[in-house]
Design a protein around this ligand. Structure first.
Ligand code: GLC
Length: 439
């Protein structure tokens, strides 16, 4: 081969390498503000999820629109009946803050496509389409700012009612959709314009919480959601805003947190959480009863004890708990939910130190409970022990052991398996916490 040709091949290869490198370095690098927000998010450990929309008027959960063959124009009439006269942002935020939660995530637009703010992108919104005419997201955003609690927006990638949304595997029973009008780029622009409003007009937003990507997980040709550009838009508008996506798979580039639905990371009881655990801050979303959106027959609330142990167990795995409430159509938080909020708060007021700002403990979840760690302090959370002895398979050395509640010393002994705690009586209560000082 002639030297000139060899040289030009070498030059082409060098160019290709530099292009590949440039492409790589164009990848997502979280800003310092974003990294700080991730840290704070993980320290906060506890948030409250709110599923609220015109679906609440049907009181059948947020999937009602697609569960039956329902005409979209008939469904939309719920907007004209949506008058949540008991809605009071200050009361909501106070009750949520009382629980010890550090952030609120509310559905800005769920799969039914109804927008809960004064959007210019569609008249199908709370200000233009309901007699209530109030922008509840604005009221909530102002109140969160006033009471010092972060606000996150849930945003659905799905829209069961719009013609231009390219239909996936859900929403197919909805009547009145003209599938000839499917138009991804139009729908994508609509979403981005809505996200721009949410991130421009409502102050600092802690996170955008996407949902619905799984709608296209059975497509024969992989569906391109153009997430990278959408995530970049969010980070450009608010660098500290965390991007999370409830897609049930390993996080994509540009995501700042990893979400697990109805399961503590590493468990997969509900069948939606088989994905690997990443190094991003983790969040488990879970319901207080069964449904997300208000459902009349769903009054089977988890007990306060169960919820506290779930929160502690989530922290024991190094994850946050985003605990859901479905407010009623009249704007009230169901009283059982409010009772749970206050009861959890009472517990968090006393024991929050063993949850906020902790990392996963040294020992994976056991029959008897879990552990959390903060520096040299290891918190042993005992939910269920039938004995006066507990062997902890610890690798570190223990300097001191005492009850977290009243600092009473707890006897301990080094054994071949680790460290044995010896109690005078069988530990009882919702969470009997022993603090170990380790070295
Ligand atoms: C699921 C449901 C949705 C709910 C979400 C909350 O993805 O589709 O209705 O909002 O879970 O985690």
């Amino acid at each position: 081969m002639k030297t000139a040709k060899l040289l030009s091949i070498a030059a082409a290869m060098a160019l290709a390498t530099s292009i590949a490198f440039a492409e790589q370095s164009q990848g997502y690098t979280p800003s310092p503000e974003n990294l700080q927000a991730r840290k704070e998010f993980a320290e906060n450990r506890f948030g409250i999820f709110l599923h609220w929309g015109i679906y609440s008027t049907y009181a059948q959960g947020e999937w009602y629109f697609q569960n039956y063959p329902i005409d979209k124009y008939e469904y939309a009439k719920a907007a004209d009946a949506f008058y949540p006269h008991r809605f009071n942002a200050a009361e909501w935020v106070s009750a949520i803050k009382a629980s010890g939660a550090k952030y609120i995530c509310i559905t800005s637009r769920h799969h039914d496509g109804f927008s809960m703010w004064d959007t210019d992108q569609s008249e199908y919104n709370i200000v233009d389409a309901t007699p209530f005419k109030r922008d509840v997201l604005r009221e909530l955003a102002d109140e969160c700012e006033r009471q010092g609690i972060k606000l996150h927006f849930y945003y659905s990638h799905i829209d069961w009612g719009r013609d231009d949304y390219p239909k996936g595997r859900t929403g197919l029973k909805v009547i009145g959709i003209n599938r000839d009008k499917e138009n991804w780029s139009q729908y994508y622009n609509f979403m981005n314009a809505q996200l721009t409003e949410l991130l421009t007009n409502y102050g600092k937003i802690g996170a955008i919480w996407f949902d619905g990507l799984w709608d296209h997980d059975q497509d024969t040709v992989p569906f391109d959601w153009q997430l990278e550009e959408q995530y970049a838009l969010i980070h450009r508008l608010q660098p500290a805003c965390l991007v999370g996506n409830n897609h049930h798979i390993t996080p994509f580039e540009g995501e700042d947190i990893q979400i697990f639905e109805r399961d503590i990371p590493g468990e997969n009881k509900a069948g939606l959480s088989g994905q690997d655990i990443s190094r991003l801050p983790l969040e488990t979303c879970q319901t207080m009863s069964w449904a997300w959106g208000y459902k009349l027959e769903d009054q089977n609330y988890k007990s306060t004890e169960e919820l506290i142990q779930y929160l502690v167990s989530t922290a024991g795995k190094g994850a946050n708990l985003l605990l859901n409430i479905g407010p009623r159509a009249n704007g009230e938080l169901p009283e059982r939910a409010v009772e749970r909020l206050y009861a959890m708060g009472e517990w968090m007021n006393v024991n929050g130190e063993t949850i906020y700002g902790t990392t996963a403990g040294d020992i994976p979840a056991q029959e008897w409970g879990v552990t959390t760690r903060k520096g040299d302090r290891l918190f042993v959370h005992i939910f269920n022990l039938k004995d006066t002895e507990l062997v902890l398979p610890l690798e570190c050395k223990v300097k001191k052991a005492f009850t977290f509640a009243d600092k009473t010393p707890v006897k301990f002994k080094k054994t071949t398996e680790g460290v044995k705690l010896i109690f005078d009586e069988v530990p009882s209560g919702v969470d009997y916490i022993v603090e170990l000082i380790t070295k």
